[in-house]
Ligand binder design. Structure first.
Ligand SMILES: Cc1cc2nc3c(=O)[nH]c(=O)nc-3n(C[C@H](O)[C@H](O)[C@H](O)COP(=O)(O)OP(=O)(O)OC[C@H]3O[C@@H](n4cnc5c(N)ncnc54)[C@H](O)[C@@H]3O)c2cc1C
Length: 276
């Protein structure tokens, strides 16, 4: 087994096209899940590739290179629409994990409890992919994530970055996470809200995403539609608006408990985003 750490994207894609390798970024999911005696032919470390550590603005789109860590997100000068993503970043593991772990690794690992996914769904993020044989493509995050630990990534492909259209300056956001303790904890459920309030105080736009309550984190279109046009005091999170969610009973909580928590998280996140 070899460990390859290229500095050029073309070189990385050529290495990937050889097959049977494993991409590694911060390694905070790769190493804990490695099984004794089972190794890929090579690890491809993508964290030293030129340009992938950058957060940049091009053509009204913000690009996050795939080597951008949670600490980079926390330290970046992003608008209030990214407060939910920053709050999620502060909740990922510990400071040591945030320093090493990447946002791209979080989405590629495709855990239902990945804290980065709800805020990125609420930002309407897309995933930039590239391969040696097929070139580049861009997929909405909701299409990239296909199931538990399952993505649309092809074997010879890597995530080059994430992109988010520059949000309106008056869009705010908030993130709520529930775990069984304060730090270093897998989410029981989490909710991200991006909100725009109109001049009249009514909600002009709302994007609401919930994680750890279905195989893949979900936006809640019926809930979003119900709050748009409403005054904050009229917001009512009816259980039927949570229909796309399919929470499970597990050691962290029952499905019923998760439904209750999500209702409360949605309300809190909407109020918190509105107060910003
Ligand atoms: C102690 C601890 C606490 C944690 N706490 C949390 C938490 O609170 N919330 C949370 O969401 N997660 C948590 N995690 C999980 C993990 O830290 C995050 O998912 C992290 O963002 C993964 O990023 P990484 O760079 O370390 O990914 P890696 O481990 O390097 O990679 C993860 C997966 O993504 C693939 N991959 C990585 N980069 C690319 C790329 N550019 N293109 C294609 N595939 C790629 C890898 O092949 C692998 O399958 C925790 C982990 C640990 C060890």
């Amino acid at each position: 087994m070899s460990y390859i750490s290229p500095t050029k994207i073309d070189e990385a894609l050529e290495v990937l096209s050889r097959g049977s390798g494993k991409i590694i970024a911060g390694g905070t999911d790769v190493y804990p899940s490695a099984q004794p005696g089972q190794h890929p032919d090579f690890y491809l470390d993508v964290t030293r590739i030129d340009g992938l550590k950058q957060i940049s603005l091009r053509d009204d789109t913000i690009h996050f290179g795939s080597a951008v860590t949670w600490t980079d997100i926390i330290n970046a000068d992003l608008g209030p629409a990214f407060d939910a993503l920053k709050a999620a970043a502060r909740e990922v593991g510990s400071v040591q994990i945030q320093n090493a772990a990447t946002v791209a690794g979080n989405i590629c690992n495709a855990s239902p409890a990945a804290d980065g996914v709800p805020p990125l769904l609420a930002l309407d993020a897309s995933v930039e992919l590239a391969s040696h044989a097929h070139g580049a493509r861009v997929l909405p995050l909701a299409e990239f994530l296909t199931g538990v630990r399952s993505t649309a990534l092809r074997p010879d492909e890597m995530v080059v970055g994430l992109q988010v259209s520059v949000p309106p300056t008056n869009m705010t956001s908030a993130f709520e996470k529930l775990g069984s303790r304060r730090y270093l904890v897998i989410s029981i459920c989490m909710t991200a809200v991006n909100l725009t309030l109109g001049q009249d105080g009514r909600i002009a736009d709302a994007r609401i995403a919930v994680g750890a309550c279905s195989a893949v984190a979900q936006r809640l279109p019926a809930l979003e539609a119900s709050v748009i046009g409403q005054r904050l005091e009229k917001v009512d999170i009816k259980p039927e608006f949570l229909a796309p969610l399919t929470p499970i009973n597990d050691v962290r909580g029952t499905a019923e408990y998760r439904y209750d928590v999500v209702q409360e998280q949605c309300k809190r996140a909407i109020m918190q985003a509105a107060s910003r």
